[in-house]
Design a protein around this ligand. Structure first.
Ligand code: G16
Length: 565
């Protein structure tokens, strides 16, 4: 490392000492904490992003958001060149960088890591796209990120403004593929693909344009965050005639981000979000989270404030049913896949939070289901191992990944079928539908806006109401709790977080408690975005699930000690 680079790093790092007493780590989705603690960490994440850009010689993304967390929190995460999460082998470096107590130590950490990774500080120009959500702490953290990026010679911070997290991931991916990569291009791509999907799903089915299209309404809870605002812009561009979209809690009305609103609240509390009420009874409703990377659906009943939740597991099931249907049409006639030997492998990726009824349902459909630990970074990675990988967390974060070889095959099949058939064969329609879906869905990360458009198109195609969709299977009653403990890192889990290996004895105690409940299932894990232990319980009745969750929460307290804060 040249002297100019060393002294630039030293002088800028001296302005951002780490917060005393706080040890932050690159958790489930980057660094998260109370925003007042984050300036140093975000500055260092800027350095990290710039080094990643130098290493890959590609555009990298840096997003300032704490997504579903409360408004006073914030966070920062890095997007890799493909738009996926930061490569996991860089996470320990991120932790060391964040923890370096002095500017001198920070310089040593950078120099050691750069040596190991053979990163060349040759002044070559690289870009980091920097986005943020609507949190009030965003502008000051943005400045810290820019200074971090600017302290690596050659790295340039490009401020792309207030965005949803999936928009930033999409823009990074598009930039590295040398395609149009602005926010407008993202919105254009979504509206163009939605029109294509609607055309392929509606106009190509017999009588579809007449029988399935009807005036329909969707009411969306924007969590008082960035997603509601972007949806209002997208709605203008879509200019839909057959679907009316209304957005509540767009943030324009002045509500507080994620407070009594948003996908996390709706999914965990299962109650009507603020702003919704009797006027929404019987209407299909959806909820986004604070940075619009999660999506859940629900209906408002007339008799109570308890919603009927249609969560990420059901979105996954809807997508899986549709894709399976299209593949079987494609394979039925003329032996499309057997003739040329291509049998696409579908993988369903869930976490331990997936409702047991959903996993049973998907397996009964004959699908391969695998579990990973919580965190999109794990699910996404697993899903890339299939021709069609569909992943969703119950909390509504997920997408569909199509492999390049499968898409090439599908494209070729589509052209071949269109050249031989008179009119449009059933097979060709199925191929076109799958191709259209691959264009609409965000391949970089779970995206509430593109996911929502796909749900809407498939519901119309199937001719299903939200109630029909919800009836695919019946969720087992479940309950989630958070427990504050002295040190959440004392809990170590294995087997996709279904078992606790540390502290000793607690798993046996959880097993003994769970065995008391018919259809009981329970696990605990340390959150990677909040300073809590999460408890998930499932059982045959709601009372039993509540009681199991409460007893296990007490066990957590007993084994781990209560937090003093
Ligand atoms: C993030 C991750 C999700 C994860 C969630 C909760 O979501 O992207 O994969 O499910 O945190 O994680 P934990 O239970 O470890 O706190 P978001 O929407 O907050 O970015």
């Amino acid at each position: 490392m040249e002297e100019a680079q060393r002294s630039l790093l030293l002088s800028s790092a001296a302005r951002f000492p780490p917060p005393e007493g706080a040890r932050l780590s690159y958790g489930t989705a980057g660094f998260r904490a109370d925003a007042s603690l984050l300036r140093s960490t975000v500055f260092r994440a800027g350095i990290l992003a710039a080094l990643r850009a130098l290493k890959t010689r590609s555009v990298i993304g840096l997003m300032i958001t704490a997504s579903h967390n409360k408004v006073s929190d914030n966070g920062v995460k890095i997007s890799d060149p493909s738009g996926e999460m930061l490569s996991q082998d860089w996470e320990p470096f991120a932790d060391s960088l964040a923890a370096a107590p002095t500017a001198d130590r920070l310089l040593e950490v950078v120099a050691e890591f750069a040596g190991l990774q053979r990163i060349e500080f040759d002044g070559g120009k690289v870009e980091v796209l920097v986005g943020r959500d609507t949190r009030p702490s965003g502008p000051s953290l943005l400045e810290a990120a820019k200074l971090g990026i600017g302290s690596i010679i050659g790295a340039v911070a490009v401020d792309v403004g207030i965005l949803t997290t999936p928009q930033l991931h999409w823009m990074v991916r598009a930039s590295n593929r040398s395609t149009q990569a602005s926010e407008f291009d993202y919105l254009e791509q979504l509206s163009r693909s939605f029109r294509l999907v609607s055309w392929c799903l509606m106009d190509l089915i017999p009588g579809g344009s007449e029988s399935n299209k009807k005036n329909d309404k969707l009411v969306v809870d924007g969590a008082n965050g960035v997603g509601g605002e972007k949806l209002l812009v997208l709605k203008e561009m879509l200019n839909l005639k057959d679907l009316e979209i209304e957005v509540w809690n767009s943030g324009r009305e002045g509500g507080v981000l994620n407070e009594g609103v948003g996908a996390d609240f709706v999914q965990k509390e299962k109650v009507v979000p603020s702003g919704f009420g009797l006027q929404d009874v019987g209407i299909r409703c959806a909820s986004l989270d604070g940075d619009a990377d999660r999506l859940v659906y629900f209906t408002v009943p007339s008799y109570s404030n308890k919603i009927e939740l249609v969560d990420g597991d059901k979105i996954l099931s809807l997508f899986a049913v549709f894709i399976k249907e299209q593949l079987s049409i494609l394979n039925k006639e003329a032996g499309a896949s057997t003739e040329d030997g291509y049998q696409p492998r579908i993988g369903i990726v869930q976490t331990a939070y997936a409702n047991g009824a959903s996993t049973d349902y998907l397996k009964q459909l004959g699908l391969e289901v695998v579990l990973t630990p919580t965190g999109v970074k794990y699910l996404h990675h697993k899903a890339t191992q299939y021709d069609i990988g569909i992943y969703f967390e119950a909390n509504g974060h997920g997408t569909i990944l199509f492999s390049e070889p499968f898409l090439h095959w599908l494209d070729a099949k589509n052209s071949e079928l269109s050249s031989v058939a008179e009119g449009c064969s059933e097979q060709q329609k199925a191929a076109s539908r799958l191709l259209a879906v691959s264009k609409l869905i965000n391949p970089a990360v779970g995206d509430a806006l593109s996911g929502m458009l796909l749900v809407e198109a498939i519901l119309q195609y199937e001719g299903w109401s939200i109630h029909r969709w919800s009836q695919l299977y019946h969720d087992l009653p479940s309950k989630q709790l958070k427990v504050k403990v002295a040190d959440r890192t004392a809990v170590v889990t294995a087997n996709a977080e279904t078992e606790v290996v540390k502290p000793p004895g607690i798993q046996e105690a959880i097993n003994a408690e769970t065995a008391k409940y018919p259809k009981g299932r329970c696990f605990i894990r340390p959150s990677g975005t909040e300073d809590v232990i999460r408890v998930y319980a499932e059982a045959s009745t709601q009372d039993a699930a509540d009681s199991l969750a409460n007893s296990v929460a007490q066990l957590v307290d007993k084994f781990l000690g209560h937090s003093s804060s």
